[in-house]
Design a protein around this ligand. Structure first.
Ligand code: BJW
Length: 246
């Protein structure tokens, strides 16, 4: 592991602009299930089936029930060592930018500051009829209704086949300009986020990927680290701090 820590910390040290792309795996050690695999099952439905406009159209009560269950779960969880290590990284390297595919808000709660939640925010409700949006509202309703027009509200997240907000797309495009991309806890199956990683690799730019499913190795300019993010990220940052001191 030592060799990989050394390379990662040196790459971070040498890089001026650093991009971070996170996925569900970064919140796994906080106790939040990931999307794919056995983890993403809820009452025998797969997360990928439920996170669609078709599922909502067919059975809004079921989809809302899943989101309200997730809200309760996430509220009880906290950011973990990996989220906090990214805050440390930003403090050490000021030109560090973050885009997350997660909707759990744990980067907000870690104090990272400005970042992009490209698939939305779990605690946001959006009216299906008018422009009304509300956040962090506690409600006992099975399906929340719009206080302005009484239409059904929907979760303020981006489902498959829906457009990513333009501001988030622009940030994603800008991230292609970074010197190094840190990719943490994503299966890279969902576009356009996955496209950024492929773009970096095709252009032989530096990528550090952290995911326990990978084998630790370096191929061209991609360093793969097969460890849980909460275990390895704090170690990389400690190493970086020691390099900065010397
Ligand atoms: C750990 C760990 C630990 C575990 N430490 N790691 C180009 C080509 C082909 C298709 C498309 C394309 N462009 C667009 C599409 C269509 C579609 C798409 O990508 N389909 C693919 C499935 C093929 N994309 C879209 O529809 C997007 N919209 C769009 O592009 O609009 C324009 C357009 C539309 C249609 C056609 C063409 C263009 C919208 C995507 C919205 C995704 N929404 C969701 C739900 C959000 C709301 C919610 O949370 O409820 O976002 S789906 C779900 O997947 C969620 C996630 O953010 C996203 C990514 O998942 P992620 O984060 O990678 O999680 P997992 O579970 O897959 O992986 C976790 C990883 O962590 C694993 O690898 C573990 O090993 C690892 N891990 N423990 C580190 N401790």
């Amino acid at each position: 592991m030592e060799k990989f820590l050394e390379i990662s910390a040196n790459w971070l040290l040498e890089s001026k602009k650093i991009g971070i792309l996170t996925g569900a795996g970064i919140s796994k050690e906080s106790g939040i299930p990931t999307f794919r695999g056995e983890d993403g099952l809820w009452k025998n439905y797969s997360a990928t089936e439920l996170a669609t406009p078709q599922a909502f159209q067919k059975n809004p009560t079921l989809v809302w029930e899943w989101y309200l269950w997730r809200r309760k779960l996430v509220k009880e969880k906290k950011p973990n060592a990996a989220h906090y290590a990214l805050v440390d990284l930003k403090n050490l390297k000021s030109q560090t930018e973050l885009i997350t595919q997660n909707v759990d808000g744990l980067h907000r709660r870690s104090g990272f500051g400005k970042h992009t939640e490209m698939h939305g925010y779990l605690f946001r409700d959006v009216c299906t009829n008018c422009t009304f949006i509300q956040e962090d509202i506690e409600s006992n309703e099975k399906i929340p209704h719009c206080p302005q027009c009484q239409a059904m509200m929907r979760p303020g997240v981006v489902w498959f086949g829906e457009m990513i907000p333009q501001k988030a797309l622009t940030h994603l495009q800008q991230m292609a300009e970074v010197d190094l991309l840190l990719v943490i806890g994503t299966s890279k199956t969902v576009y356009p986020a996955a496209g950024l990683v492929h773009y970096m690799q095709l252009n032989n730019k530096k990528v550090i990927e952290i995911n326990p499913e990978l084998s630790s190795q370096m191929i061209k300019n991609t360093l793969s680290l097969g460890f849980p993010a909460g275990e390895i990220l704090p170690k990389i940052i400690e190493k970086l701090k020691s390099l900065i001191k010397t």
